[in-house]
Design a protein around this ligand. Structure first.
Ligand code: GLV
Length: 369
């Protein structure tokens, strides 16, 4: 290598950074837990780093790419979602960016499933009852009951990797599954799941024959007991099928008063003000959120209204927060390993230096000949 490759990471991603160090890279890490100010990222990029490791907390746009013009060769995002990176700007400056798809698929889907369970079976209010010494007697229905998930209908909104993994988990609970995706339908997968459901029924493993099919957004929302969101955040102008505020007053009003919604995708897919109102006025029965329009959740968020606390679960963008998922240095297991491998692929010219062949690069379109 002619010059020592330099990398700036906007936060510590653990031992995987040693892979870079052992290859002779000079690695600088922003040491604090909070995100660095954008001005500092610009300063580091201006100083000539070859690679930038980012997270979903860092706004990466033309200002950053301009600062790295001629020197910055790759942005490696420690996340599967990349709505914090302006793709059009990256393409204009011809800077590839990578993400960490696949390694957090099962973790995120199981978290969505657990949120659904916690919400449906009222785990949070029930534990409070116990802790607050308000559990005075066992009673058939007092002070409240939850709802079973088994055999119910779930709408899966978004059938990319994580949506499909959620389908797989819901199939294990004999749920009927209505799928909607504004851009991409995987009929092979859905057929395979129906075959599994049929076999479970024929062999007496499931008591009833459950079904799965694609449908319209309206039908999915109107019929579902649970709705789980798995779409990427796409704003107006970024896609022919934007997902910004896909869940809004109109779509919330389509849902059954007993319906519960789970969001582990991106906060702005849901209009939070409308959701808080829907919970308060009982248009729907519950919501469990891991992501927000603004993160961390501001203290004046209507979602924090104590009047809806019993039916609104709020988690701190935690779905991929399992130790191997986040930190394994193995690129097939951990976001850290995959992030570092994506960076190495570009900086060391793997795949014959053909960016369009590199598996973790997102914006391949900017490099097609
Ligand atoms: C987490 O939200 C991610 O996109 O990886």
């Amino acid at each position: 290598m002619s010059h020592r490759l330099r990398v700036f990471a906007t936060c510590d991603i653990g031992d995987a950074l040693n892979i870079l160090r052992s290859r002779g890279y000079k690695v600088e890490v922003y040491p604090n837990p909070e995100p660095p100010p954008k001005s500092l990222i610009i300063e580091k990029v201006k100083s000539g780093v070859d690679g930038l490791i980012t997270t979903l907390r860092d706004p990466i746009d033309a200002e950053i790419f301009a600062a790295g013009n001629d020197t910055l060769k790759v942005v490696a995002q420690f996340a599967v979602g990349f709505d914090n990176i302006n793709r059009a700007d990256a393409n204009r400056y011809k800077i590839p960016f990578t993400h960490t798809a696949d390694v957090l698929t099962e973790a995120t889907a199981e978290f969505a499933f657990f949120l659904m369970g916690a919400l449906a079976r009222k785990l949070w209010p029930a534990e409070h009852l116990t802790r607050d010494h308000r559990w005075s007697y066992w009673h058939p229905y007092l002070p409240f009951l939850g709802d079973e998930v088994t055999g119910k209908t779930i709408a899966i909104i978004g059938t990319g990797r994580i949506g499909l993994a959620m389908i797989k988990k819901c199939a294990g609970f004999d749920m009927n599954i209505l799928c909607f995706d504004p851009a991409y339908e995987n009929h092979d997968y859905i057929r395979a799941i129906q075959e599994v459901k049929d076999l479970r029924f024929q062999r007496g493993i499931s008591r009833e024959r459950a079904t799965i099919r694609y449908t319209t957004l309206d039908e999915a929302l109107r019929a579902a007991d649970f709705i789980s969101l798995h779409v990427p955040l796409l704003r107006e102008g970024e896609s022919a099928t934007p997902t910004y505020h896909l869940i809004n007053e109109t779509t919330l009003r389509m849902m059954k008063p007993t319906a519960m919604i789970i969001n582990t995708s991106r906060g702005p897919v849901v209009d939070e003000k409308a959701l808080a109102r829907a919970l308060k006025e009982n248009w729907i029965a519950g919501a469990a959120l891991d992501v927000y329009e603004k993160e961390p959740l501001p203290p004046d968020s209507p979602l924090l209204d104590p009047a809806i606390a019993d039916r609104c679960r709020l988690l701190p963008h935690f779905a991929s927060a399992a130790s191997i998922t986040r930190l394994s240095a193995d690129p097939d297991k951990g976001m850290a390993g995959r992030c570092v491998q994506g960076l190495i692929d570009v900086l060391e010219g793997n795949y014959g230096g053909d960016i369009t062949k590199m598996p973790y690069v997102v914006n391949k379109e900017a490099f097609e000949k």
